[in-house]
Design a protein around this ligand. Structure first.
Ligand SMILES: [Zn+2]
Length: 253
């Protein structure tokens, strides 16, 4: 499994691209979130839209879904190509709402595939790859239908590893993240982290992350979705033992 961090910035970044990812495993390149900077971040990482087979979305804020319409139109009009979007049942009406603005339907551009909490989306003779959704309903500002996304690889002997993408989740203490992080299957977590001076209910602060997770788990965490001022925190973050996700970097497991 390879993860490419298309961007690492927050919703209003002037310096980075939005925190979106391309996860690659045999037979699939999955785009996790599609913010408004996607038109720049995809080519900057060497991809065109037709390299993307599938899309999964954490929630419907602009830095996570604002580029989906243009992405879909590029697929259709430039390449006559329909990627799959894996959506939880409560995300499907929201998707329809995006395309209803111009009198079309998501199905005109995308294969909309309803998924459950855990769905096999790829397999080889040796392994299955599962897409997981963990609800963070009520834990992210005013937005409904928001999820933590996981990709779980299970081999023939039922040995599994999982990577996690948090989306936007402020009150981490009330979420499943404590359990997910402690699970030995979870080997890497791309975790949103607010580094601004004013607190936000949408993201956890470095202080909040540091006090919630036990220090022995810090090494699994790649902080992302951070502020443009990340350099001011870098020294402290590394000293604590966290990783900082780097824009455009490839992570392999
Ligand atoms: Zn966001």
């Amino acid at each position: 499994m390879r993860v490419r961090t298309l961007g690492v910035g927050g919703a209003f970044t002037d310096r980075f691209y939005h925190t979106n990812y391309v996860v690659e495993f045999p037979g699939c390149r999955l785009l996790v979130d599609a913010g408004t900077t996607l038109r720049y971040s995809l080519p900057a990482s060497g991809f065109t839209v037709k390299d993307i087979n599938a899309v999964a979305l954490t929630h419907f804020h602009s830095d996570h879904v604002g580029g989906l319409e243009e992405f879909s139109q590029r697929c259709r009009y430039l390449y006559q190509y329909k990627p799959t979007v894996y959506a939880m049942p409560d995300q499907i009406p929201l998707l329809a709402g995006l395309f209803a603005l111009h009198g079309t339907q998501p199905e005109d551009y995308l294969h909309v595939t309803a998924v459950t909490h855990s769905t096999v989306i790829g397999s080889t003779p040796k392994e299955n790859y599962l897409l997981e959704y963990y609800s963070t309903q009520g834990l992210h500002a005013e937005v409904t239908s928001n999820y933590i996304i996981g990709i779980r690889r299970v081999d023939r002997h039922n040995k599994a590893v999982r990577m996690i993408f948090t989306g936007d989740i402020g009150p981490i203490e009330k979420s499943v993240l404590g359990r997910l992080m402690a699970d030995p299957e979870t080997i890497a977590v791309f975790h949103d982290c607010h580094t601004g001076t004013t607190a936000t209910p949408a993201h956890p602060s470095l202080q909040q992350i540091t006090s919630f997770y036990p220090p022995e788990l810090y090494g699994k965490i790649h902080l992302t979705h951070y502020g443009d001022n990340i350099a001011d925190y870098q020294h402290k973050i590394y000293e604590l033992g966290f990783n900082i996700a780097v824009q455009g970097e490839i992570y392999k497991w």
